[in-house]
Ligand binder design. Sequence first.
Ligand SMILES: C/C=C/C(=O)SCCNC(=O)CCNC(=O)[C@H](O)C(C)(C)COP(=O)(O)OP(=O)(O)OC[C@H]1O[C@@H](n2cnc3c(N)ncnc32)[C@H](O)[C@@H]1OP(=O)(O)O
Length: 268
Amino acid sequence: MPAIDPTSYEWIRIARDGEGVATLTLVNPRRKNAVTRPMHRELERVWEDVDADDDIRVAILTGEGDAFCAGTDLSAQDAENRSGRKGRPPTRGARRLFWNMLDAEKPIIAKVRGPAYGVGVNIALACDMVIAAESARFCDSHVRMGIAPGDGGAALFPLLLGFHRAKEYLMLGEPIDGRKAADIGLINHCVAEEELDGFVDGYARRLAAGAPLAISYAKMSVNLLLKQMTAGAFETSLAYDQLTLFTDDHQEGVAAFLEKRPPGFKGS
Ligand SMILES: C/C=C/C(=O)SCCNC(=O)CCNC(=O)[C@H](O)C(C)(C)COP(=O)(O)OP(=O)(O)OC[C@H]1O[C@@H](n2cnc3c(N)ncnc32)[C@H](O)[C@@H]1OP(=O)(O)O
């Protein structure tokens, strides 16, 4: 089957080590690897390319520099794309990203240092395993931007953390550091900063040495359950996300972030 073509990706750097492990790096470091519309579209399609490449057995997803991903790119430059007025209906991309990750056949490990915010935390949680450095901060920050959490967080957080903890984090939009995230079961492991690369490398190699079909079917069995359990909440939360997308509060949340001031929300 065809090898993945790294040159067809602008916002994801793709490196294969020749021993079955591919590292996919989100690249928008000036904005903490925030997800632009074109990066989103690349994230929607990359999993199919990974699955089709016979030389890849395991994918590691990470971010360039000191961040995993700061969520949707809220900068003015990306605003027009974000509004969804151009091109496809805005919900379609979010749906494709979430389901394409859950449908991917090969194991995906999220390697997280620094912030994983907004859609960034949900991309990490949609991976099969999440391994973080102590610097990691996991945060579904949608409400801080005046918008409902519609990228998967409203479905994944309750499953991983239970209802009360999930509501605390989703409704306050406050971060969970790497150590605590491991302690409360949001992620698999948290290690010291300098150990992260080696730890994830060893972990990926253990997976790459395993029986690919058996591992893939193990993943797909669990993800069938995950998809059944999350489908309703995912769709409903995505609709709520769209309801809040064009509110004054969302505009205010984004403006306040960009102007580096606290927001004044009004409920409209
Ligand atoms: C429709 C919406 C869907 C969603 O996904 S809602 C969620 C959107 N994302 C967020 O809520 C996260 C926003 N970002 C932050 O809260 C913070 O950043 C972080 C906690 C991620 C990191 O904080 P720190 O380490 O102090 O870095 P820094 O100085 O805030 O950021 C460095 C530069 O990166 C820019 N940046 C960060 N996140 C984004 C983003 N999501 N979109 C656009 N730019 C971003 C900043 O503005 C700044 O830039 P400059 O150096 O010019 O001041």
